[in-house]
Design a protein around this ligand. Structure first.
Ligand code: SAM
Length: 258
């Protein structure tokens, strides 16, 4: 269904495949180096149309996707890359209605993606021990329409998450092994865990803790993405690529019989 803009809606404007900006439909003008656009003219417009600035520059007008919004997030912490987020969400099997516990929130990039995956009836309980990061993440996540699905907790959950019977647990911090036993307690039987570790030393300690705490380690992977130039006659990989980011570990809770 084609979406129509109302006053106050976020709008993504594309000049070409590289240059793009996010603004709001309604009041004021948006300026490019080739003219301006009256933002009130966007109200009532359908997503996907092309408009012209006062000097004839074409701009494509879209509803932003979550990935577009995350690009505009403030980043007081390192955030996960789309390749790692997307893979983890798929392997966690997230769906509408799921309940997910997460630590640490950081800038909220992963939190927002999880919330979108469990919408409209699911819930994310995200833990962050640094208040300033939590506040930045709250502000970031409010840019999407999914913030009502997120409960922010300014607590270190090493002594235990407040939730039980969660469908999934997600860990993205420096010492993930400390959170493995609390994650086991928070998960429902068969619940899935994803953890992100930048170094193999952390991965080794994490995998050891998972095995000692009744998790089945399904896999630890590194994802490499190679972007391509797509200009006719010159289609080839880009010269540069993102090298190492994080290892993604996926595990499942095995409940004891007792
Ligand atoms: C790498 S960042 C997470 C980034 C996040 N996944 C994102 O994509 O925006 C790790 C976060 O974990 C938080 N953290 C570290 N130890 C913690 C703990 N014991 N309890 C709660 N948060 C913790 C840090 O303050 C930091 O904000």
């Amino acid at each position: 269904m084609t979406a129509t803009f109302r006053a106050g809606d976020l709008v993504l404007l594309y000049q070409d495949s590289r240059r793009h900006w996010i603004t709001r439909a309604g009041e004021g003008r948006f300026h490019t180096h080739r003219g301006y656009l009256d933002l009130k003219d966007i109200v009532g417009m359908e997503s996907g149309v092309s408009v012209k600035t006062s000097l004839g520059q074409s701009l494509a007008v879209f509803k932003p996707r979550l990935s577009d919004l995350v690009e505009s997030f403030d980043r007081p912490t390192q955030i996960l890359y789309p390749k790692d987020i997307g893979y983890a969400i798929y392997m966690l099997g997230l769906k509408n209605g799921d309940s997910v516990v997460e630590v640490g929130t950081g800038s909220g990039a992963l939190t927002a993606a999880i919330a979108q995956s469990v919408a409209p009836d699911g819930r994310v309980y995200t833990y962050e021990n640094r208040n300033e990061f939590l506040r930045a993440a709250q502000k970031n996540v409010r840019k999407g329409s999914i913030s009502r699905l997120v409960t922010f907790r300014n607590i270190d959950p090493a002594e235990g998450f407040l939730e039980r019977n969660a469908d999934a647990a997600v860990i993205d911090l420096g010492d993930p092994w400390r959170l493995v036993a609390p994650a086991w307690e928070a998960l429902a039987g068969g619940g899935v865990l994803a953890a992100f570790t930048p170094t193999v030393n952390q991965l080794e300690k994490l995998a050891d803790a998972l095995r000692k705490n009744m998790f089945l380690v399904l896999e630890a992977v590194e994802l490499l993405v190679r972007e391509f130039k797509t200009e006719a006659g010159k289609v080839r990989p880009e010269s540069r690529m993102i090298g190492h980011t994080a290892y993604v570990t996926i595990a499942r809770k095995v409940a004891s019989k007792e």
